[in-house]
Design a protein around this ligand. Sequence first.
Ligand code: B12
Length: 362
Amino acid sequence: MSLFYIDEADELNELVQRMSKKQYEQSPGLYDDLPERAKKFMKRDFFYGISYLKSAIDLKEEQIFVSYVRWTYEYLTYLMIYVTSEQMTKQCIDFYVAMSVCLKDELPSEDYEFAEICIQKGIQEIERLYKEGFQRSEAAENQGSEGKYNQIAAEYIAIILRKDSKEAMQYFLKLYQGGMNIQDIYLEVVQKVMYKIGELWFEKKISVAQEHYCTALTQTAISQLYSTIFSTPPNGHTMIGCCIGGELHELGMRMITDLFTYAGWNSVFLGAGVPEEALIHTVKEEKADLIALSVTMPQHLILCKNIIKELRSKAPDLKIAVGGKAFEDVPDIWREWNADIYTTDARGLIQWAQTNILEKQI
Ligand code: B12
């Protein structure tokens, strides 16, 4: 059995040790030059890299790995400002070469062949970024700052960055009282604010602690709208929202369930880490019409696929929706998995449920 697949902490650790050793052998002097902190990060990145590669292999979707490589290269460009772009590029390429060499004896040949395709495409992506002179794409730079609510999102971001919790707590309620509708507040302001916060963290303009603070505060500030959200008369239908596996990104799914509640649905938000049996039990107990499954990190995609299979066999009438950032690289995969719908935001799913569940049952 291949080490790659047994997820034994000790053995995976040993594999990562070998990858790190190989990386140092390829760049004489690197071990002595790297600060201890950077050595730790590099080790952690091998763990991450392996998990993305595993996900790409399991789903036969090389783009999952290529996007990860691009993300890491861009992230390191902001982090390793003390090395030249040539040095950084060489270290990154060496990293994936070390990964490839150490995986050769680890994976069954068919998987290794696919892993090699992923790794080589990843290296090509790095070379492309280096050649073109890496610049954060305009779309990424502007995350959260486009559109007609641009000004409002920017104002709220300024409030939370100066840690004015009191002002932030009232902000969305004031928008609502000023005439803005709840869906727009959620999708045109809150969602964009969170994307922008993600960009600021990525570009090292705010710390991890600031990012956590902004998320926690925003989640609480949204709750000021709950008396309005829960005031809609019930339409007699139930939806369940949950995040897959160890997915910690749950704000998106919480927003979806809130918007379904506001549209009159009985919405049950289960968060993350719900065991499969508990999920199926809840579907039956609640007589749910719809379940919405959210995945942000691609490592959880394979579990999502397996859960859909299980739900299909145990609850054949249930409608199943998928969504979340992880699907951006594999936007059609839900069809192969026999899910009913994938949409990029809550608005699309609510419209789909209106047509395909509510209007069908009249
Ligand atoms: C807040 C945040 C966190 C918080 C989450 C807290 C919480 N309670 O949710 C914490 C601190 C836990 C976190 C951790 C990490 N994060 Co984070 N995080 C974010 C951030 C800034 C915002 C996420 C968010 O709330 N978005 C707002 C919601 C409304 O948007 P959404 O999730 O996309 O959901 C909408 C749609 O996608 C869709 N949707 C979602 N689910 C579903 C389901 C269905 C059925 C449908 C139809 C639609 C749908 O509808 C939603 C509403 O419209 C993002 C930035 C970003 N661009 O998203 C990074 C981000 C997602 N995180 C990232 C990373 C790397 C991490 C960490 C690995 C960081 C680390 N080194 O620790 C960990 C991984 C944690 C884990 N194991 O899951 C990266 C992911 C990069 C990648 N490879 O894809 C991002 C993109 C940051 C970045 N710019 O690089 N994070």
